[in-house]
Each structure stands twice: as structure tokens, then as C-alpha cells.
Design a protein around this ligand. Structure first.
Ligand code: GLC
Length: 456
């Protein structure tokens, strides 16, 4: 008996020990929800991938894909001069599209710094442009009332002490080859550089709302938490900016406080992602076309409806969308990006109530065919998004008695409700608990019309 008690105590103690070891940040679930509240309400943000790679204009991974050396990549540094750069204009476009926050690349994998860092010469202030792009960007976006985020690449294809790995432009095949190439390189030096730079971006520009670190690839010839010094790094970040939101790519998934939200990239989730049965905050990051940086010859652009469905569907599963623009090397959004943004803005202007503050609908509400539901728990309103406009009647299965009033969201015009009549659609629909909505024959001039239901 005594032995059993001792074992139980010991196991309990060890559990406590591992748990407290894997803890970076002390906060309750409720505190975390509160900290993330502005972001979960906002639902929609702009990602901006901008760097030297805008000049080759054939993917932000061009240095890797074409195995370009530092020497050959240098020509982009020497001519970088975005003469049309006007971040106020960018911020206004983001806002007009309905976006509430924005995240910009302060450094991407190429290693070039878009900000003025005292730890390197490889930075924008040493190019012909000569000014701190990040500072101008922060001032402009903040002035427009948008929340501010920094993407910072953990990967660095320029720093001399960053060891060659399997995603490096100079990657090789065997251990011997890697050892030979990495002789004399010291990741500890890079680790320090990375920490210093993250400290810089989090202390020079005021309150930063999001830090987007990218990315880890543990395993053979890969890199993960120990290479980045992730635990120390995130501890520092939390200390410097206690309200900040951090993505999940520093390889600390098993650490409490090691990350705040999940980042499904370029795919739609099937359902609200869960860990141990608990729904978790998530944001999908997506491009208009295939690449993040400006890619002149890429033509697989998503259309307006696809982009809207992406946003609505994400909200319907409790998530956010971070939609990317890759500005040109002159510092402008190209016309395709402008068109995509304004298409979303046209819809958002009249329908954003079904997005902001909304989330997954309660399980008791089933989505009719070809519709997506979102729900605002504060106002108790349900939004039915009509992906394929029905002919005159929309049947809401089992909604009878649950709805007080129905209207189109875009013009607040009433939609009449009725109990299905028995001869309708050839079946006996009386007593089913369904509810019919009478829609006008002509589809309103809205890409995806939304019906707003005031619930009982
Ligand atoms: C990836 C890519 C990158 C892009 C990022 C955005 O990890 O490496 O180019 O910045 O995803 O999510």
C-alpha cells in the first residue's frame, strides 16, 4: 500500500515536472482567449511577401530553386529601389478589402533585411532605396488602424554561419559533403544573430501584434528548435511583447505558450482543427496565385468567388484567412492583385457582418445544400451564404420555431418565411419542422448573397 502511494506520488511529480518544463508562458485558457479576441473577431488579414526576390519575379524561393550563390544574387541588392512604394496606399487597399490586420516579411529565406538592423549590412538601408521600409510600412498601416505583424524567416540563405541544410540553395547529398561544406560555420553565431534581430524588430517599432516565424524542418539535414534556440527565443518574445500572437512554426508544438495559432498553408481544412479533442485557433495563409513573392509569369489566379468562399468557409470552421499580396520591385501591387482585392472589398462592404465576430454555427443548425453557415454568438444571428442561388424557395431543415426574422444582409430587405406546404416538392412536408424562405427570382447583384437570420 505504502509502495503504491509512493509510486503514485512519484509519477505525479514527474508529470508535473515535464509539464512545467514544457511551459513558456503562464496563462489560463480564458486569458488566452481574451488575448486572441481581436484576432478571432477580425478573421481577415493581409500577408505581404516583399524582398529582393520581387526583381527576378519568379518565386520568392528563386535563390533555392535555381541554386543561386550569394555572389550571383548580389545584383538584386545593388539595384533594389522601389520608387513607387507608398505604404499608405497599400494600407487603404487592405482596409477597403475588409482586412483588419497585416503581416509583412521583415526578412525572408533569402536573408535580406527590409529593416534597418545593426547586426548586418545586408539590409534595405544599404540599397539604392536607402530607407527603412518596415518603419514606413508600420507607420502607414498603424495610421490606417490596422494591426501590425512581422514575418521573420528562421531560415537564412545568406548568413555566413547558417549551415547548409536540405532546403538550402547549396544543398548536397551525403553527410560527407555536408560536413565539408559546413566546416567553419557556427550555428551558435547565427542563433545569436536571429535572436538579436527578433529583439530589434520587437523593440524598434512600438507595439507589434503578431510575430510570424517561418519555418522548421527537423530531421536529417534539417533544422528545428535547437538550431533556432526556439525556447529562449519565444521566452524573449513574450517578455518583450506580452500581448503578441505567435504562429506555430518554431517547432514548439508541445510547449504551453510556444505558439498561439495553427497555420494551414495553401489548403482548406476539412473541419475545425483540434488537439486532444480541443478546438484550436487557426489561420490559413493563402496566395492569389501559386507563389508568395511577385511572380510575373504565374497565371493560376483564384477568382473572386473562390476567394470569397475561402474566407466564408474558413470562418464557418472557426478560422482566419491571411491572404497574400506580392508587391512588384517598384513597390506597387500589380493589377491582378488590385482586382482581386477590390472584388473582395465589394462583397465585404455589404456583407462583412457575416465575417467579423463570426464563427462556426451551433451544431443544431444544418446547412441547406450549396450554402455555408456562419454565426455570431454575441448577436445570436445566423448567416446563410448562397453559393448557388436557389429558385424562389430555400428550405431550412428543422429551423421552424428557431427564427424570429429573416432578411438579405446586403440591403436589409425582408425575406418572408413560411411552413412548407404539403404539396410542395412532391412530398408531405408538413410537420417536418422545416422552414421555407421565399426568395426573389432574380439573384441580387452580389457574388454570394447572404441571408441574415435573427434567431430566437
Ligand atoms: C512557406 C514558404 C514561404 C512562405 C510561407 C508562407 O513556408 O517557405 O515562402 O513565406 O510558407 O506561409
Amino acid at each position: 500500500m505504502k509502495k503504491l502511494l509512493l509510486i503514485t506520488l512519484l509519477v505525479g511529480f514527474m508529470f508535473q515536472l515535464t509539464y512545467s518544463q514544457n511551459k513558456i508562458w503562464d496563462e489560463t485558457e480564458a486569458q488566452k482567449t481574451k488575448r486572441l479576441e481581436w484576432w478571432t473577431d477580425a478573421r481577415f488579414g493581409m500577408f505581404i511577401h516583399w524582398g529582393l526576390y520581387a526583381q527576378p519575379a519568379r518565386h520568392e524561393w528563386v535563390k533555392n530553386y535555381e541554386r543561386i550563390t550569394n555572389e550571383d544574387y548580389q545584383k538584386y541588392f545593388e539595384i533594389f529601389n522601389p520608387d513607387l512604394y507608398n505604404p499608405t496606399e497599400w494600407a487603404k487597399k487592405a482596409k477597403a478589402a475588409g482586412m483588419k490586420y497585416a503581416v509583412i516579411t521583415s526578412k525572408h529565406h533569402e536573408g535580406f533585411n527590409m529593416f534597418d538592423s545593426k547586426y548586418t549590412d545586408y539590409k534595405v538601408t544599404n540599397t539604392p532605396y536607402g530607407k527603412d521600409i518596415i518603419k514606413e510600412w508600420v507607420d502607414a498601416f498603424r495610421a490606417e488602424g490596422l494591426k501590425i505583424g512581422f514575418y521573420y524567416s528562421l531560415i537564412d540563405w545568406h548568413h555566413p554561419d547558417y549551415t547548409i541544410d536540405r532546403v538550402h540553395p547549396q544543398r548536397v547529398n551525403t553527410k560527407e559533403e555536408y560536413d565539408a561544406l559546413n566546416k567553419g560555420k557556427d550555428m551558435a553565431v547565427y542563433r545569436e544573430y536571429l535572436k538579436n534581430q527578433v529583439r530589434e524588430i520587437l523593440t524598434k517599432y512600438g507595439k507589434i501584434d503578431i510575430l510570424w516565424l517561418d519555418f522548421s524542418f527537423p530531421g536529417e539535414f534539417g533544422k528545428g528548435r535547437d538550431d533556432w534556440g526556439s525556447v529562449e527565443l519565444i521566452k524573449m518574445v513574450r517578455q518583450l511583447q506580452p500581448d503578441i500572437l505567435i504562429d506555430d512554426r518554431a517547432d514548439l508544438q508541445d510547449y504551453a505558450g510556444g505558439w498561439d495559432f495553427m497555420t494551414p498553408e495553401q489548403y482548406k481544412v476539412d473541419k475545425w482543427p483540434e488537439i486532444d479533442g480541443k478546438k484550436i485557433p487557426w489561420e490559413t495563409c493563402q496566395t492569389f496565385s501559386g507563389s508568395w513573392g511577385y511572380y510575373r509569369d504565374e497565371y493560376t489566379w483564384k477568382d473572386n468567388k473562390q476567394l470569397l468562399v475561402l474566407l466564408i468557409e474558413s470562418v464557418s470552421k472557426g478560422g482566419n484567412v491571411l491572404l497574400n499580396v506580392g508587391p512588384t520591385a517598384r513597390g506597387a501591387f500589380d493589377e491582378r492583385a488590385d482586382k482581386a482585392l477590390s472584388g473582395m472589398g465589394d462583397w465585404m462592404k455589404l456583407n462583412d457582418r457575416s465575417i467579423y465576430g463570426c464563427t462556426q454555427a451551433p451544431e443544431s443548425f444544418v446547412a441547406p445544400d450549396n450554402t455555408i453557415l456562419t454565426y455570431n454568438p454575441k448577436t445570436n444571428r445566423l448567416y446563410v451564404h448562397l453559393l448557388d442561388y436557389p429558385l424562389q424557395k430555400l428550405r431550412l431543415p428543422g429551423y421552424q420555431g428557431k427564427v424570429k426574422y429573416a432578411q438579405f444582409l446586403h440591403d436589409a430587405s425582408e425575406i418572408l418565411m413560411s411552413e412548407p406546404r404539403s404539396h410542395n416538392r412532391g412530398g408531405d412536408n408538413k410537420g417536418t419542422g422545416d422552414l421555407d424562405l421565399s426568395l426573389p427570382v432574380a439573384k441580387p447583384n452580389i457574388e454570394i448573397p447572404v441571408i441574415e437570420l435573427f434567431l430566437n
